[in-house]
Design a protein around this ligand. Structure first.
Ligand code: GDP
Length: 360
């Protein structure tokens, strides 16, 4: 998979749809026109089905050029981060989705350094945002901060591994962690419940803060309240992924074919895939807000504590300048500078047009 590769997909090719066409309900219309930006990180040992799940979630192939290293290569491998961006469009609504994969995580014999590269990457994105929001072109900042991290837990253990606990502890103040039990189709219903209970006990027992699904307002409609209740109950989501379409009772479904039958990825009786996707889509804005208000603020205050110069805090929602509001002196200077740049760009465009006309 090539780093920072941008591909464009129309999800119309594949049956079904992801569901982000409903995002306009969540945010201002202006963001709809601009499109949504969301960055998801996937962490977990290789082979747990991360790539398969991400492709199933967004109905695209995010990793067309992926090379899987062999065991010898893995021995000394350090964690490397790969960002892949796809632009998906659904019913006129654009989503610029970046998925950051962490190949090599947990692969080395000594994994003490496994999180260092990941922490560095997350911090680098905060730092970039911090610099950008103090720059001139604050209105067009590309937000590459990690809004959500799916942490894949092996279905083969009896709960969390020391590495899982250590990772979550090191990162829970930096990113919204959503734990998922990988390859849930290898477990019976009873085993899934037992593993979920154990994982939650270990998360609580170790003081790990995972992404808290927000409580519903009392005036929210009953269906929504019930949906959120079910989502909360399902954590850690026990998922399975597949990119093959199979025919089941005359219907084309995404599934895994076994000698004894088909595991349907999108069947809520078979796994929590749909719940995970619903959680991600219906809480995309909240995940972004928590990133901004909690994790990014943590980063800013840490920087302050270290005595480094920190640019002034920006409003979360950027709106057109309100004539009635008092614009701060700094904002006024920035606006003047932006206007100056616009003016120079216009002059440049006129000059270029004149030069083209003069050419024979
Ligand atoms: P990654 O290294 O974590 O990205 O894992 P991959 O997505 O490459 O999957 C590794 C292997 O597990 C492949 O052979 C997949 O076909 C298989 N796999 C992926 N998802 C699932 C799943 O949900 N259940 C089962 N049983 N196997 C899966």
């Amino acid at each position: 998979m090539s780093s920072e590769s941008v591909k464009t997909f129309a999800s119309l090719e594949t049956p079904g749809y992801v569901g982000f066409a409903n995002l306009p309900n969540q945010v201002h219309r202006k963001s709809v026109k601009k499109g949504f930006e969301f960055t998801l990180m996937v962490v977990g040992e290789s082979g747990l089905g991360k790539s398969t799940l991400v492709n199933s979630l967004f109905l695209t192939d995010l990793y067309p050029e992926r090379i899987i290293p062999d065991a010898v290569e893995k021995t000394n491998q350090t964690v490397k981060l790969d960002a892949s961006t796809v632009e998906i469009e659904e019913r006129g609504v654009k989503l610029r989705l970046t998925v950051v994969d962490t190949p090599g995580y947990g692969d080395a014999i000594d994994n003490t350094d496994s999180f260092r590269a990941i922490i560095q990457y997350i911090d680098d994105q905060f730092e970039r945002f911090l610099r950008d929001e103090s720059g001139l072109n604050r209105r067009n900042i590309v937000d590459n901060r990690i809004h959500c991290c799916f942490y894949f837990i092996s279905p083969f253990g009896h709960g969390l591994k020391p590495l899982d606990i250590e990772f979550m502890k090191q990162l829970h103040n930096k990113v919204n962690i959503v734990p998922v039990i990988a390859k849930a189709d290898v477990l019976t219903k009873k085993e899934v419940l037992r593993l979920k209970k154990r994982v939650m006990e270990e998360i609580e027992g170790n003081g790990i803060k995972i992404y808290p699904l927000p409580d519903c307002d009392s005036d929210e409609d009953e269906d929504y309240k019930e949906q959120v209740r079910q989502l909360k109950e399902a954590v850690p989501f026990a998922v399975c992924g597949a990119n093959t379409l199979l025919e089941v009772k005359g219907k084309r479904v995404r599934g895994r074919l076994y000698p004894w039958g088909v595991v349907e990825v999108e069947n809520p009786d078979h796994c929590d895939f749909i719940k995970l996707r619903t959680m991600l889509i219906t809480h995309m804005q909240d995940l972004q807000e928590v990133t901004q208000e909690v994790h990014y603020e943590n980063y800013r205050s840490e920087r302050l504590a270290k005595g480094a110069p920190v640019p002034p805090r920006r409003q979360t929602t950027i709106t057109e300048p309100d004539k009635n509001s008092t614009v701060s002196e700094k904002d006024r200077i920035l606006q003047e500078k932006e206007a100056e740049i616009r003016h120079m760009q216009e002059l440049l465009a006129v000059m270029q047009a004149q030069m083209q006309q003069q050419q024979p």
